[in-house]
Structure formats: structure tokens, C-alpha cells
Design a protein around this ligand. Structure first.
Ligand code: ATP
Ligand code: MG
Length: 426
């Protein structure tokens, strides 16, 4: 049955896994705050033209991967295939360029849609954490953006990871490099895969990104973009490396990193973790000095990255990094008989108001079944209210793991529980 199966390449997030997402989101928020970034939220779909203009109509994303459709009003819209274009559009639309620059922002849990062949680490709907800095031309910003990404990863317990960095030049020096690449590849046309033949014509830089067996050797022998940088691009890259060193950041210069979107200029970088398989790029980003003018704003330099949340979670699992699980409840209130149930409703209401996570039976179960249920929920305490307790104005408080039970006055419950919950739970 089609309706009981989620579409290919999508994932459900079920309740028992949500704490993992909260854990990484918390780390992202904390680090962004430390670096002076504020959260933004953009729509899930945009006018198709925004992506063809910014991402570029020779890229894989625009040519093959977009979820594009006509809405009922006959407009072509596209579910966002990446996060930057929408933020850039908003930057222009709201005139943020007139505010003090740079404007530094991040987005979290942004859904991204790409029609790709689903496989491990490659979904049709995935989620990205990303940051954007608009109005910062200095390589100090490039170093900051890379540092922020690595900071998030180390805060998550992934240790010190490496950044792979490169510079792909600017509109001044890139044409010359593209010419050199065409000359080089022109001599090897018969060895190129069909996709590369097309790239050769339309987007030669992307030749370096080919993963096909036969093309790898060609990539290895290709001229390095770093030998073609103009003076100011070379200076920018040199300073970036100095700043990274001063931050104690481990980096590798990799002249084959080009990134899949057209808007990048100068710095591009990736953070790679081969243990999660072929889809090993956890984070990719770079500088996009031409983007804001491309989407209709005043020339404004910018830089940012996107980090794949699902790939990050895969990496944490591979490395045995566990997100702390706060559990569901602190206390479950068991009621024996109808008068006690009324008291249980009141008690649970009071506990919740006092900030203690509490629940009771909503299925009118027997006492035994209520205990069993409380046990399965994994809550630390149960409170038992029966007829005897009701008439004596007491409750029985039981710590599940220790099978320790005490009878206490009902009005002492809140304080006793609060104190008990402060003790660590082994
Ligand atoms: P790849 O080379 O793996 O296709 P990309 O260059 O297309 O990646 P970006 O557009 O830079 O990726 O997206 C930023 C990050 O989002 C990637 O580094 C990756 O972690 C994640 N990502 C990209 N595409 C997918 C996908 N289809 N499924 C899951 N995560 C993805
Ligand atoms: Mg891709």
C-alpha cells in the first residue's frame, strides 16, 4: 500500500530519536550565540527563478534535482534545494544591506529538497544547519565561518576535525583557469565520462568534482586552480591560512574542492568524514561575493556554509557519541479506584505546575497494569494513591529502580520529589 509508505528518500523522526536532534540543535544555537549570529527562518519554497539565477542553471541541482511545480496560480515555485538563496533574497527584500554590516545569521532544521538517488547519507528531503555572513569581505570572516563549523563539531564530542580548503578565484582570474582546464581536458576528451563531456562545455570547474573511476586520474593530473589565482585572491587565501593557524585550526589545502553551486568565489571548504561512507561531506561552504548582486541587491560580499544534519547524526553514531536522553517523565501517578483517580488528576496538575514532569493513566487500567506502564515509560518515581492514603491524607512514593517506598503526607509530596530529583540518578 502506497499510503503506508513514506516517499522514497524521506525519513520520519520518531519520538524516541528527537532528543538527538535537540542535542545537536542546542549545540548549534550555543555556538552561534558565542560567535554573534542570530537565527532566521525562511520559507520552504521560493520562486524557481531565484535558484536558477543564484545556484546556477548549469549545476546538477538546477538541471536535475529540483522539486519544481506550478502552483494553482500558474507560478513556477521550487521547494528549496539549498538554504543560502532564500536568505540572500530576504537580505535584499528587507533592505538589510542598509543595516550595520556584516549581518550574521544562521538557520536550523531547514528542510532541503533534492531529487537524488536515495542511498546512505543521501536523501530527497534532508535538513541543514547553515550560517550566512553578508557584508564581510575580509578573510577574517572566512576563518570565523570555518571555526564556527568546527566548533559545533567539537562541542558535540566529535573531537578536532579537519577543514579542507581551497580558493576558486574570482571573475578576474577564474576565466583564465577555466581556459587552462579546457586545454588540459581537451587532450583527454576520449577518456571523459559523458557527464564530464557536458561539464567541459558548460561548467569546466565542475570537472574536478567528478567521482567516476575513469575521470579520477584526469582530475589528479589537472592544473591547480591555486596556480592561477590573481594577486588579490592569492593574498586573500594566504591571509585565511594565517588566521586559521592563529586559531589552531587543522586544515588541508585541497585544490580539487570546487563545490556544486555557481555562486561561490574565492574560499571554498568542506569538512569530510570518510567513516560515514561515500557521502562523506558533513559540511560544505564558501564565499559568494557575487550572490547578492545576482539576486538584485547592491554588491555585497558574503560567506557561509551548510551542514547536513542527517550526515552529522550518522557520524555521531559511527563514532559512538551519545546524545543525553532526558527521558520522558519524572513521575507517574498511580490511582487505585475512582475517588483516588480524582485526587490523582489534581496531584498531576500540581506537579506539572511545579515543573515536575508528571503523568497518569488515561486508559483506566488496573493497578498492576498502571505500574507496568509506568515501568515501561522509564520514569524514576511513581506516586500511589489508594483509598487508605486518601483517607489518611498521604501518598506512597516509590523509586522504581530501587524498589524503595515511603509513605508521606500528601502536602509534602512536591518538596520531597523536588529534592529527590536533584539527586543524581544512576
Ligand atoms: P554532495 O557532494 O554530498 O552531493 P553537496 O555539495 O551537494 O554534497 P551542499 O549543497 O554543499 O552539498 O549541502 C551542504 C551539506 O548538506 C552537505 O555537505 C551534506 O552534508 C548535506 N547534504 C547535501 N545533499 C544531501 C542529501 N541529498 N542528503 C543528505 N544530506 C545532504
Ligand atoms: Mg549534491
Amino acid at each position: 500500500m502506497l499510503i503506508t509508505k513514506a516517499p522514497k528518500g524521506t525519513q520520519d523522526l520518531l519520538a524516541e530519536d528527537t532528543h538527538r536532534w535537540h542535542f545537536i540543535e542546542d549545540a548549534m544555537r550555543t555556538v552561534c550565540a558565542l560567535f554573534g549570529y542570530r537565527e532566521v527562518r525562511m520559507p520552504t519554497f521560493e520562486h524557481t527563478e531565484l535558484f536558477t539565477r543564484s545556484v546556477g542553471d548549469t549545476t546538477d541541482i538546477v538541471q536535475k534535482e529540483m522539486y519544481t511545480f506550478l502552483d494553482k496560480g500558474g507560478r513556477s515555485v521550487t521547494l528549496k534545494p539549498e538554504g543560502t538563496a532564500g536568505v540572500a533574497r530576504a537580505f535584499v527584500e528587507h533592505g538589510l544591506y542598509a543595516k550595520p554590516l556584516p549581518q550574521k545569521m544562521y538557520y536550523l532544521y531547514s528542510p532541503v529538497f533534492r531529487y537524488e538517488r536515495p542511498q546512505a547519507g543521501r536523501l530527497r528531503e534532508h535538513h541543514q544547519f547553515g550560517i550566512e555572513v553578508f557584508g564581510a569581505a575580509s578573510p577574517t570572516a572566512d576563518a570565523e565561518v570555518i571555526a564556527l563549523a568546527l566548533n559545533v563539531l567539537s562541542r558535540l564530542g566529535l573531537g578536532k576535525m579537519q577543514a579542507h580548503i581551497n580558493s576558486i578565484g574570482c571573475p578576474e582570474c577564474r576565466p583564465e583557469y577555466q581556459r587552462k582546464l579546457r586545454v588540459y581536458y581537451g587532450d583527454h576528451r576520449e577518456r571523459m565520462c559523458p557527464i564530464c563531456s557536458e561539464r567541459y562545455e558548460r561548467n569546466p570547474l565542475r570537472l574536478l568534482d567528478c567521482k567516476a573511476e575513469g575521470c579520477r586520474a584526469l582530475v589528479d593530473g589537472a592544473p591547480s586552480v591555486l596556480d592561477s589565482l590573481c594577486e588579490s585572491c592569492a593574498d586573500h587565501f594566504g591571509r585565511l591560512k594565517e588566521y586559521l593557524q592563529s586559531l589552531g585550526i587543522d586544515y588541508i589545502v585541497d585544490p580539487r574542492i570546487v563545490r556544486g553551486l555557481d555562486y561561490y568565489t574565492r574560499t571554498v571548504f568542506e569538512i569530510i568524514a570518510t567513516e560515514i561512507g561515500a557521502q562523506s561531506t558533513v559540511c560544505g561552504g564558501g564565499r559568494y561575493d557575487g550572490l547578492i548582486s545576482e539576486v538584485g541587491g547592491p554588491p555585497t560580499p558574503g560567506i557561509g556554509f551548510g551542514m547536513g544534519m542527517e550526515r552529522l547524526l550518522m557520524l555521531m553514531e559511527k563514532r559512538g557519541v551519545e546524545a543525553p536522553d532526558p527521558g520522558l517523565l519524572d513521575v507517574f501517578v498511580v490511582a487505585l479506584g475512582e475517588p483516588a483517580r480524582l485526587e490523582a488528576v489534581r496531584t498531576v496538575g500540581g506537579l506539572r505546575e511545579a515543573g515536575i514532569r508528571a503523568d497518569l493513566d488515561h486508559a483506566e487500567r488496573s493497578a498492576k497494569a498502571q505500574f507496568k506502564f509506568a515501568d515501561r515509560l522509564g520514569c524514576r518515581f511513581t506516586v500511589v494513591i489508594g483509598e487508605d492514603e486518601l483517607s489518611a491524607g498521604t501518598v506512597r512514593l516509590r523509586e522504581m529502580a530501587r524498589s524503595r517506598e515511603q509513605c508521606i503526607p500528601a502536602d509534602a509530596l512536591m518538596n520531597t520529589l523536588r529534592k529527590a530529583l536533584e539527586e543524581p540518578y544512576e
